[in-house]
Ligand binder design. Structure first.
Ligand code: PEP
Length: 247
C-alpha cells in the first residue's frame, strides 16, 4: 500500500520565540513538496506562536497527559495542545520513558487522549544498546508495540516511530538490514493488534537522521518517514531530509 511519507521534527527542550524564524524555510519546503507531510513539534510554549506564524505547517506537541484535566502540575493535556493549534503529538519518546518512567500502558493512555482530541499520535518505540547487543531488539520493540498501541487505533491517527535509543543524538544509525527487519516486525505486530489497519500506519525511523543518510533510510521497505531531533532545529539541515523524502 502507498503511504505518504511523513517527516516530523522534534525540537525537544530547545528554542525560544526567535527560533521560529527557522520555520519559514521549512514551511516553504513543505509547500513545494506537497507529496510529503511535514510536521514540527516545538516546546509547548511555542505551539501557538508557531501555528500563527506558519499556518501552512503542521505543528505538534512532544507529550500529552492521558487525562483531559486535573491535578497534574506541569503536565499538558491533549485538548490544550489541540486548542493551541497542534495537529499531532509525540508520545512515549525514549527520553520520557527513561526520565519520567513512562510505561507502555501510560503511552497507550496518552495516544488515546490524543485521539479523543483529534490529534495524530506518534508512538515511539526503540531498544537500548544493551538490548540490541543481547539480541533482544526485535522482542523489546514488538513488546512495546503490543503494550503501547491501542487496539482501536486506525491508520488515520496512529503513527509509529522506531527510534533505537543508542542512535538518538549519537550520529550512529543501524544498518539498513537492521532497520528493514525491525520495521517489518513492527508492521507484523501491528497486524496482530489492529488487523488490516496496520497496512496504512506510517512507521517512521528516528535516530541521527540527516541530509546525508535520509535517502538510504527512507528507501527501506516499511520506512514511511523520519522523526528527526537535532537536524530539525535548522531549516538548512531539515529541508534536505524533506527533499530526500520527496525523492
Ligand atoms: C529524537 O530524539 O527523536 C531524535 C531522532 O533525535 P536525533 O535526530 O537528534 O537523533
Amino acid at each position: 500500500m502507498a503511504r505518504r511519507k511523513l517527516i516530523a521534527g522534534n525540537w525537544k527542550m530547545n528554542g525560544h520565540l526567535d527560533h521560529l524564524r527557522e520555520l519559514h524555510g521549512i514551511e516553504k519546503a513543505a509547500k513545494s513538496h506537497a507529496d510529503v507531510d511535514v510536521a514540527i513539534c516545538p516546546p509547548a510554549t511555542l505551539i501557538a506562536p508557531a501555528v500563527q506564524r506558519t499556518p501552512g505547517l503542521t505543528i505538534g506537541g512532544q507529550d500529552c497527559h492521558e487525562e483531559d484535566r486535573g491535578a497534574h502540575t506541569g503536565c499538558v493535556a491533549a485538548p490544550m495542545l489541540a486548542e493551541a493549534g497542534a495537529k499531532c503529538v509525540i508520545v512515549g519518546h525514549s527520553e520520557r520513558r527513561a526520565d519520567q518512567g513512562e510505561s507502555d500502558a501510560d503511552v497507550q493512555g496518552k495516544a488515546l487522549a490524543a485521539h479523543r482530541h483529534g490529534l495524530q499520535a506518534i508512538i515511539c518505540v526503540g531498544e537500548t544498546e544493551e538490548q540490541r547487543d543481547a539480541g533482544e531488539a526485535e522482542a523489546v520493540v514488538t513488546a512495546q508495540i503490543a503494550g503501547s498501541v491501542p487496539p482501536e487505533a486506525t491508520a488515520d491517527w496512529l503513527v509509529i516511530a522506531y527510534e533505537p535509543v543508542w542512535a538518538i543524538g549519537t550520529g550512529r544509525i543501524p544498518t539498513i538490514d537492521d532497520v528493514a527487519a525491525i520495521h517489518a516486525a513492527i508492521r507484523a505486530k501491528l497486524g496482530d493488534i489492529i488487523g488490516g489497519e496496520a497496512d496504512g500506519v506510517r512507521i517512521l525511523y528516528g535516530g541521527s537522521m540527516n541530509g546525508d543518510n535520509a535517502s538510504d533510510l527512507l528507501a527501506v521497505d516499511n520506512v514511511d518517514g523520519g522523526l528527526v531531533g537535532g537536524a530539525s532545529l535548522s531549516a538548512d539541515k531539515f529541508v534536505p531530509i524533506i527533499e530526500a523524502a520527496a525523492g
